[in-house]
Ligand binder design. Structure first.
Ligand code: PMP
Length: 381
């Protein structure tokens, strides 16, 4: 055969996920923990090579880790499902609750995987765009339109709601009272993706809502605060009913023995992770000030996560110059709908952040020297 039959129709316009990964001297593009894997997790991995029977399949449900998570979240163990990163769980959620003839509601700009998963599972996407303006405090305002979402819930009755708190890439959170309003307004599964919640103010932790809401699911990951992105492990916590449906669609051995052991160790010895979170959060305040009105004069979005979104004239060119001239990789989002002129920078170590700020200041001062005044500041999109 010299030809191959076409793939399924719904894949036709789908682009493979492209994190625009490039190797860089300073990687501030993927919201990882810049301090690396916690020592306890490293030790668990080293020991496991000697002591674990890695020629055997892993425990399919990762019961030891599920037990530890359930204990910490104060829920029955049957409410916790592990996945090969949060990514797998997001896909599985669409497999279980989406599908042809069903609808998922999202609020873009947000994590692009929701869109991809909807297309892959033939779930119709109902998008309620976020705000796109400047707040009275002079900050980028990307908050969700709460009223519009509630209105769509009653008008369109979606089967699944996926909202992100803190949101990637805008950094803002949903209040628990709004999440409760959503849960009261529908029996659809409401997934709150809390991949970055460890960096946020504790009042945004939605776990207290699990107790009384059978339709709530929370997504968490070990990739960000816990520094295990390379091992691929995340978890979802929800009612036993939702968790049970997710166990039906999961791949039996998607979480490997080493990832589960490292996650357990990182959870049990948390001091290093808590210190990394504290550093990240104080760097976030410092970098936001340096980028903002009193520093480089850029519009910045207030963030509860380990990254900052900011708007800069000629964003793509700035991105390129940061990379070519300084080996600094940030995330260029300027072509994403609703994010014209926006770049996202992950919080690195203080030295990495200084290198980024200095490079950006140099690039922008050169720009100001050469660019006509009209190009100096894009109008807000
Ligand atoms: N949710 C959000 C909002 C994210 O930004 C990410 C990672 N980029 C994930 C989920 C998935 O992370 P992981 O698969 O590494 O757990």
């Amino acid at each position: 055969m010299h030809t191959v039959r076409a793939a399924a129709e719904h894949l036709r316009d789908l682009e493979p996920y492209d994190p625009r990964y490039l190797s860089a001297r300073i990687g501030l593009n993927a919201n990882e923990n810049p301090y690396g894997m916690p020592a306890a997790a490293k030790l668990a991995l080293k020991n496991a090579l000697d002591s674990e029977p890695l020629y055997r399949y892993p425990d399919p449900l990762g019961l030891e880790l599920c037990t530890a998570l359930a204990h910490r979240l104060d829920v029955p163990r049957a409410c916790v499902v592990l996945g090969n990163g949060g990514d797998e769980l997001l896909f599985n959620l669409c497999l279980a609750y989406g599908g042809a003839g069903r609808t998922v509601l999202t609020a873009p700009p947000t994590f692009s995987a929701y869109h991809t998963n909807a297309v892959l599972t033939r779930t119709a996407l109902l998008e309620v765009p976020r705000a796109s303006g400047i707040s009275p405090e002079g900050l980028l305002d990307f908050r969700v339109h709460e009223e519009a979402i509630l209105q769509q819930l009653s008008a369109s009755n979606p089967d699944l709601v996926v909202l992100t708190s803190p949101n990637n890439p805008t950094g803002d959170c949903l209040t628990l009272s709004f999440i409760q309003e959503l849960l009261d307004a529908t029996d659809a599964v409401v997934l709150i993706d809390q991949a970055y919640v460890e960096f946020a103010h504790p009042s945004y932790d939605a776990t207290p809502l699990l107790r009384n809401n059978a339709n709530l699911a929370l997504l968490r990951t070990f990739s960000k605060a816990y520094g295990l992105a390379g091992l691929r492990i995340g978890y979802l916590v929800a009612s036993e009913e939702i968790a049970g449906e997710l166990r039906k669609v999961r791949q039996p051995y998607s979480v490997d023995t080493l990832a589960a052991l490292a996650a357990l160790a990182a959870l049990e010895e948390e001091a290093e992770t808590l210190a990394a979170i504290a550093h990240s959060n104080s760097e976030r305040e410092r970098v936001a000030k340096a980028l903002g009105q009193l520093g480089l004069g850029l519009f910045v979005a207030p963030s509860e996560a380990n990254f900052l979104l900011f708007r800069v004239p000629a964003a793509h060119e700035v991105w390129q110059r940061l990379y070519d001239g300084y080996g600094i990789l940030v995330r260029d989002l300027s072509l994403m709908p609703g994010l014209a002129s926006c770049l996202r920078v992950s919080m690195g170590t203080p030295q990495e952040n200084d290198a980024f700020l200095e490079a950006l200041a140099t690039i922008l001062s050169k720009d100001q020297a050469t660019a006509p005044p009209s190009a100096a500041l894009d109008t807000p999109a």
